[in-house]
Structure formats: C-alpha cells, structure tokens
Design a protein around this ligand. Structure first.
Ligand code: ADP
Ligand code: ADP
Length: 222
C-alpha cells in the first residue's frame, strides 16, 4: 500500500527561491527511502512537506489515511538530538506520551521498551550530559519511536557523529526498521549512506527542486 504520494509539488519560499519544482514521488508502506543530493538541492524542504511541517505552494501531498490518524503516527529525528538537559533519559523518551496524555504507568513501560530498542535501558536514570553524542542520538530515536509511529522522518540524523558511531547507528537503525513495519524517509548528502541504508535512493539535482533519478538498491540481506 502507498504510505505517501507527492503529486506535482512545487515549493516557492517568500523570497522567491524555488526549492521544489513539479515533484512526483510515491513511497510504499514499510519502505526505507533516502533523499540524497548536495546542500541546498531541496531535500529538507521535500521532507518537511511530506511530514506536514511545511506547506507546498502547489500540488498534492497524500498520506495514507491510517498512517495519518493522530500526530503520533509520524515522528521526526533531526541532526541535533534536542534532549531536555534537566530531564532524565527516561523522562525525555516519555515526553511525547506525556504530551498525548498517556497514563503515567503506561508512559514508563513504553519509554523503557523504546529505550530497549536502542540498547540504552541501563541509562534510563542518567541525564543527557552524561551521554556521548551517539548515545544522545539513540535517545532521540527512542523518543521518536515511543509513540509507535507508522512514519519516521529523519533529516541528516547522523551528520554530526564520528564515523564509527555513525556506522553503529546505521546497523541499529536497520535492525529497528527490519523488526518493524516502519516507513522511513531519510535525508542525507552522503551517497554512501543513502546506498547503504535504503532500498530506494531518490537522487536530487544540485540545482534546487528537481529529482535527477530514483535508484532501486538491490536487496543484499540474507
Ligand atoms: P537541502 O536540505 O537539500 O540542503 P533545502 O530544502 O534546505 O535544501 O533548501 C533548498 C533551497 O531553498 C535552498 O536554495 C535554500 O537556500 C532555500 N531555502 C530553504 N529554506 C528556506 C526558507 N525558509 N526561505 C527561503 N529559502 C529557503
Ligand atoms: P556510542 O556507543 O553512542 O557510539 P561511545 O562510542 O562514546 O558512544 O561509547 C561506547 C560505549 O561506552 C557506550 O555504549 C557506553 O556503554 C559507554 N559510554 C560512553 N560514554 C559514556 C558516558 N559518558 N558515561 C557512561 N558510559 C559511557
């Protein structure tokens, strides 16, 4: 089934910059898709429009109806982990549930389950300042997963991490994706990262606004 369908979408910012020009793209449920291209080509704009964080100037954005029910059906991860320093790891992860009004007991159990997916249950009572950059990003991913979303939007999430940490997080993210029915849309400027992670690479032109080609990546898992 289709998770997201972008039809003839154009985005022109107030200052006249055309960041997207007649974009067509369909993403299937359960797909891991990357948007790749050099800085300024329109990746973030396209992601933000898919995620409903920004509006297209023209065209249509369809999100599969059951995937769109309630805000908690889509989650975001940005390059900055954006954790609240005065909250413990567990309380950071539980925040979306607090906002949606889940009962206290349920919050804790679900936040612990989300922390388990990123291997950080032992750090539930730690504070963000006690964690490495990679660990903070894992907490940020746990916070995104705690609401059990259908769609996960990630904008250069590992861009600030060193190579070893990034590699470990690639493996963890692929594990999370393979053990779920998550649809992931992941923005990166690294062709290597795009090809390594995703089943389909949407390559954008350097000049903003156009898709150059959509490249299916051969399945290489056993
Ligand atoms: P990428 O994520 O590939 O780096 P962006 O989507 O951020 O690209 O930007 C695409 C183009 O739109 C760039 O030329 C950028 O300068 C411009 N742009 C992005 N955000 C805004 C904005 N809020 N106002 C004006 N121009 C913007
Ligand atoms: P990551 O595991 O996110 O790549 P590191 O490479 O810095 O981060 O850390 C490797 C391991 O060392 C972590 O999984 C964790 O067990 C431990 N560790 C790292 N930083 C800290 C810290 N500040 N306090 C306690 N343990 C830490």
């Amino acid at each position: 089934a289709e998770a997201i369908r972008i039809h003839d979408v154009t985005k022109r910012y107030e200052n006249g910059t055309v960041a997207l020009s007649s974009i067509h793209l369909t993403i299937e449920e359960g797909e891991f898709v990357t948007l790749v291209g050099p800085s300024g080509c329109g990746k973030s704009t396209l992601l933000r429009i898919m995620a409903g964080l920004d509006q297209a100037t023209s065209g249509q954005v369809h999100i599969q109806s059951h995937a769109a029910k309630g805000n908690e059906q889509a989650s975001f991860v940005f390059q900055e982990a954006n954790l609240m320093p005065w909250r413990t790891v567990l309380a950071n992860v539980a925040l979306p549930l607090e906002i949606s009004g889940a009962p206290v007991a349920e919050r804790k159990a679900r936040a612990l389950a989300a922390l388990e997916k990123v291997g950080l249950t032992a750090y539930a009572d730690s504070y963000p300042r006690q964690l490495s950059g990679g660990m903070k990003m894992r907490v940020s991913i746990a916070r995104a997963l705690v609401s059990e979303p259908k769609l996960l939007f990630m904008d250069e999430p590992f861009g600030a991490l060193d190579e070893m940490t990034r590699h470990r997080l690639h493996e963890e993210l692929l594990n999370i994706w393979m053990n779920s029915r998550l649809t992931i849309v992941f923005v990166t400027h690294s062709v290597f990262e795009a090809v390594y992670l995703s089943g389909r690479v949407v390559a954008m032109e350097a000049r903003p606004g156009k898709i150059k080609e959509i490249i299916p990546i051969e399945e290489s898992y056993p």
